[in-house]
Design a protein around this ligand. Structure first.
Ligand SMILES: [Cu+2]
Length: 340
């Protein structure tokens, strides 16, 4: 009888523990920021590495060759002059650091910063020898502070809204040696920040159907401080994410995400960037519509060593893109993240 009681007690104790267990799918795909909130006094740290490789040039939604790019009209000379160089490839490593803290059950603070390493290879026009040259930049990006607040918080249905501000801590004066100059300001994509204070808003929704979860997030960001010190501001950002995740085991879940990204046109331009030089320095080649697919895995560690550390991966593949003007297009991106 006593043995039976012990067995029953140990079972119920076990199920109680199981209840308190943090599950792999309690966070969304790793590329989505602000997908969850925390309980009072909870604290979380995260690191993400995002790798992006860009190889092809696109005009609108078609690939365009470097030869055609160099015979396309630049934005400086009334459609008569052409570009002197064309981008060949670009690679970008973004190291993103995040901290979350909930001073109460109703509000979660989130602080995010990044360190970027970028390299761009450019091909010169045939008249200038047609050779490639590389430029590099690295440095800290803009810092984002967000306030997340719950609206609905039940086991099956959770949603929250977020409001935040992005501070212009990233440099917009990254320079390097080029064949044309020993100290040239690099193109927009090689800069580390926007140079503006940007306000943003997000709404996040999550429904649970047992081991299956369905999430949606809407994100909107807009520069609020006018043009930056060099005379330009980026267009607004709109992001829509829809994902489903499935928990294979308590410690492992997989996700499938579809993401729509919009970026508006640039207003103004950096007068130190010569629009004749390269499409990457021409402000008319800014803004896009994109649809990406994301395949992700979330893993949470239950063993005592490094307990509750999470590792997540996501591969992001573009499925549709439509660019304003001529721009470099990402072939794929990869995000690896650690959270605790
Ligand atoms: Cu968190």
């Amino acid at each position: 009888m006593i043995i039976l009681l012990i067995i029953i007690a140990s079972f119920s104790f076990k199920s109680l523990l199981a209840h308190e267990k943090i599950l792999a799918d309690s966070h969304g795909p790793i590329s989505i920021m602000g997908d969850h909130v925390h309980k009072k006094n909870e604290c979380m740290f995260s690191y993400r590495l995002m790798k992006m490789e860009m190889k092809n040039l696109f005009q609108g939604n078609n690939k365009i060759s470097k030869v055609r790019t160099m015979s396309s009209p630049n934005g400086a000379s009334n459609s008569s002059g052409t570009y002197m160089n064309a981008p060949h490839s670009m690679s970008m490593d973004m190291h993103m650091f995040g901290a979350m803290y909930a001073p109460s059950d109703h509000i979660t603070l989130m602080l995010m910063g990044s360190f970027n390493n970028k390299e761009m290879t450019t091909q010169r026009m045939p008249m200038a020898g047609g050779k490639n040259f590389d430029v590099n930049s690295s440095g800290f990006g803009d810092i984002r502070l967000s306030f997340l607040s719950k609206i609905q918080d039940s086991k099956k249905w959770k949603n929250h809204i977020g409001l935040g501000i992005s501070f212009p801590t990233g440099s917009i004066n990254e320079r390097d040696v080029t064949p044309m100059s020993s100290d040239a300001r690099l193109g927009y994509a090689m800069q580390n920040g926007t140079g503006t204070y940007d306000g943003f808003f997000l709404i996040n929704n999550l429904n649970e159907f047992g081991k299956l979860k369905v999430g949606e997030q809407f994100f909107f960001k807009l520069p609020v401080s006018g043009k930056n010190d060099y005379g330009y501001k980026y267009g607004e950002d709109i992001g829509l994410n829809l994902w489903v995740s499935y928990r294979f085991f308590e410690y492992l879940s997989g996700s499938l995400k579809i993401n729509y990204q919009y970026k508006g046109e640039m207003e103004g331009f950096d007068t130190e960037m010569n629009k004749r030089m390269n499409p990457a320095m021409d402000s008319k080649n800014q803004g896009f519509n994109k649809v990406n697919l994301g395949l992700g895995l979330n893993f949470i560690n239950y063993s005592n060593y490094l307990k509750n550390n999470r590792i997540a991966l996501e591969l992001i593949i573009p499925v549709y893109r439509d660019y304003n003007g001529i721009q470099m297009a990402d072939s794929f991106s990869f995000v690896v993240g650690w959270q605790y």
